[in-house]
Write a protein that binds this ligand. Structure first.
Ligand SMILES: [Mg+2]
Length: 290
């Protein structure tokens, strides 16, 4: 038993009833609105390949489509990437901007997130370029440059209200992840530690680096500790280092992700914001804690 989810961005409500009815005529199943014009589902579609049928009818409207199982619909564990997922920046690129090296560092970040470079080696290289950056500048970056991704707080608060455990796991840095995790309301935050000498960055990161395997490992550990079946877990991210946790989770979401990640994830969200992850779980407008 499955449900076909149709989700738009709250800023661009692209769904309407005639469109849903045309899709339902092809797929069968029952229409259920989650939020007017923004999110709806077709419960128990009868067509074998409802996603393709819906895609053909939706055309170029900015609507994400996903087919998810009805069993274990509401997840009890959320594990989320930080940079370009829960926040709209890559912290390391913003730090590099403070030392005039944004282009150089951002290029390495993009290649690492695309899976073209070894994550850990690429992190060491970039952190070395930040050697000597004063902590005061880092604080400015955290205060002035970082913006939260839309829907993130609603995602975390709604899942927590319904009993889920929420974890922010970042290949970035504790300096940002601890602060951002608290602001959004995550139960825990994990990241890499930037080493400091005097009042500036030493240019090194504490080993072992929290990379691709560590994210997957945190998902498995938390699921076991909280006695949650993998089918009831949700992982979200955008980079190649998120791919293992995305593939292992019951619901793995590539959010505005690099192509290599989107191609391998169970669900990709290209248009919606983080509230899309609530709609995938069947939460309706009135359930969402804002
Ligand atoms: Mg990321």
């Amino acid at each position: 038993m499955s449900v076909l989810c149709l989700i738009a961005n709250p800023n661009e409500p692209a769904l309407d009833l005639p469109l849903l009815q045309r899709i339902q005529a092809e797929t069968g199943g029952e229409i259920n609105w989650l939020t007017q014009r923004i999110a709806a589902e077709i419960v128990k579609p009868k067509l074998a390949e409802p996603v393709e049928a819906a895609r053909a009818l939706i055309g170029d409207r900015p609507v994400d489509i996903a087919l998810v199982p009805l069993a274990n619909r509401r997840k009890r564990l959320l594990i989320a990437d930080m940079d370009s997922t829960m926040i709209e920046q890559e912290c390391i690129d913003e730090l590099a901007d403070a030392v005039g090296l944004k282009a150089e560092v951002a290029d390495i970040t993009a290649r690492a997130m695309n899976g073209e470079l070894d994550f850990e080696a690429a992190l060491r290289t970039r952190v070395k370029l930040l050697t000597g950056l004063p902590i005061s500048r880092m604080e400015e970056v955290r205060r002035e440059r970082i913006t939260f991704a839309p829907g993130g707080r609603a995602l975390v608060q709604t899942m927590k209200t319904h009993g889920a455990f929420t974890s922010l796991v970042s290949g970035g840095f504790t300096y940002f992840a601890d602060y951002i995790g608290k602001r959004i309301g995550f139960d825990e935050a994990m990241a890499n530690i930037l080493e400091i000498e005097g009042d500036a960055l030493a240019g090194t990161v504490t080993e072992p680096i929290l990379g691709r395997e560590a994210k997957l490992s945190r998902l498995r550990t938390l699921a076991a500790f909280h006695d949650i079946p993998m089918a009831a877990t949700l992982a979200v991210g955008d980079g190649a280092n998120d791919l293992d946790m995305i593939k292992a989770a019951g619901l793995g979401v590539a959010l505005h992700a690099k192509a290599v990640v989107a191609a391998q994830a169970q669900v990709k969200i290209d248009y919606g914001d983080l509230t899309a992850l609530l709609y995938l779980q069947g939460y309706a407008d009135e359930d969402i804690v804002r």
